[in-house]
Design a protein around this ligand. Structure first.
Ligand SMILES: Cc1ncc(COP(=O)(O)O)c(C=O)c1O
Length: 391
């Protein structure tokens, strides 16, 4: 059998990024959070089209701070979450005392099914915390309008979809707040890193404080600081802790890499989009699902799902990919059907997965394969042909 030797990600931090970093280090710089973090936040806000961004040490930390800020600013309640997402999208909800309400996927974009989200809204719903899965746009006008109408906060997790759009507007700039990850396997990397973005000033100030031990001095608002100074005259103004919080700051090293990476993000995403379309157009629709909604998508992964459940074929497919050196992740967005995971079974019940048949198909018969800018179109065609030929 021919080897294709395809990794999940290649060369995401380039020689040039490292040279820029070495030049920075030669200047005898400050390394803890400082001017480059501030500059990266400003450049990211401009790229995304939002007023405020806060750089943190991971996408999971971005999730955690977002849910913590919602709890402190708006109180508890229910948060509607996907069954296909990353663990931190659910754990952040639980850790902040919200009740997660699960929703099955829409097969065409792998995000939450809009009608099911709306059906599960109650007067206790505080937020809809959606994930744009593997580069596909999970937003619909119907969902945006319904959230507005009911005063429900729409939070976008864009950790897997940097640069994707809804009607031409960048995902992450549409909801009340958004989260990004810069982990190595994603569209761009700061080694580890994440961003919380918003247009809401109050939320932004809370996120800044939550990032650094809950300290009031982290706020950029004179009004916020004066409020705490005047209310707590017995405290040293430098050490007022507004929230029981965390230290999830990043560093100058990560920000220098991020700033350089951002310069080529759009060009890289164009190559990824070309690759995804080539992949889907060359894949056999009798065997695999090919009719995803690709408008506005930005995918660092090829989504591969069997058109129909087939327990024997999927075993042969995995063996063939392994033998050909094709790296893959089963279950697509990390862990497949979340309600099957041990940390949730205790909460939702051992049989809860039965309520979500569409994500369960992805759990057993869905994969992600790496799609990175250096992957030539010819190799993408070769990959599709290889997959079509699996018997
Ligand atoms: C949807 C989603 N949210 C959050 C995260 C967490 O990001 P990180 O790995 O940077 O902590 C990921 C993971 O990669 C993710 O895919």
């Amino acid at each position: 059998m021919k080897r294709l030797d395809l990794k999940l990600m290649e060369n995401n931090i380039t020689r040039e990024d490292l040279d820029v970093l070495i030049d920075f280090l030669k200047g005898d710089p400050i390394l803890t959070q400082s001017a480059n973090v501030r500059a990266f936040e400003a450049e990211w806000s401009q790229w995304l089209g939002v007023k405020y961004s806060v750089f943190v040490n991971s996408g999971a930390s971005a999730n955690l701070l977002t849910m913590a800020a919602l709890k402190h600013l708006y109180g508890g309640g229910e948060v509607i979450v996907p069954t296909l997402t990353w663990v931190s999208d659910i754990s952040s909800v639980l850790q902040n005392g919200f009740k997660p309400v699960f929703v099955d996927i829409d097969k065409n974009h792998l995000g939450m099914d809009t009608d099911e989200v709306i059906a599960k809204m109650t007067d206790k719903t505080r937020a809809v915390f959606l994930t744009h899965v593997l580069g596909y746009n999970g937003l619909t006008d119907k969902l945006i309008d319904e959230c507005k109408k009911r005063n429900i906060l729409l939070i976008e997790d864009v950790c897997e979809s940097h640069g994707a759009t809804h009607k031409g507007q960048r995902l992450g700039s549409i909801g009340f707040a958004s989260n990004f990850s810069f982990y190595y396997a994603h569209h761009m990397s700061t080694i580890e890193g994440g961003m919380v973005c918003t247009n809401d000033e109050k939320f932004y100030e809370a996120i800044r404080m939550l990032r650094s031990h809950g300290m009031v001095r982290e706020s950029t608002s004179q009004a916020v600081k004066e409020h705490y100074w005047n209310t707590y005259p017995d405290l040293n103004p430098e050490f007022i802790f507004a929230y029981p919080a965390y230290n999830v700051r990043s560093t100058e090293v990560n920000a220098v890499i991020g700033r350089n990476q951002l310069k080529r993000l759009d060009a890289n995403n164009k190559l990824r989009t070309r690759n995804l379309l080539t992949f889907l157009n060359n894949l056999d629709p009798a065997k695999y699902k090919t009719d995803y909604t690709t408008e506005g998508s930005s995918n660092y992964a090829f989504t591969l799902a069997l058109a129909k459940p087939d327990k024997e074929f999927v075993v042969r497919l995995m063996a063939a990919m392994k033998e050909a050196g094709i790296e893959y992740r089963r279950g697509m967005s990390g862990g497949g059907n979340m309600v099957r995971q041990p940390f949730l079974r205790e909460i939702v019940g051992a049989d809860a997965w039965k309520q979500f048949p569409k994500v369960d198909h992805i759990h057993f018969f869905g994969f992600y394969i790496g799609n990175f800018p250096g992957l030539e179109e010819g190799r993408v065609k070769e990959l599709a042909e290889f997959l079509n030929a699996v018997k």
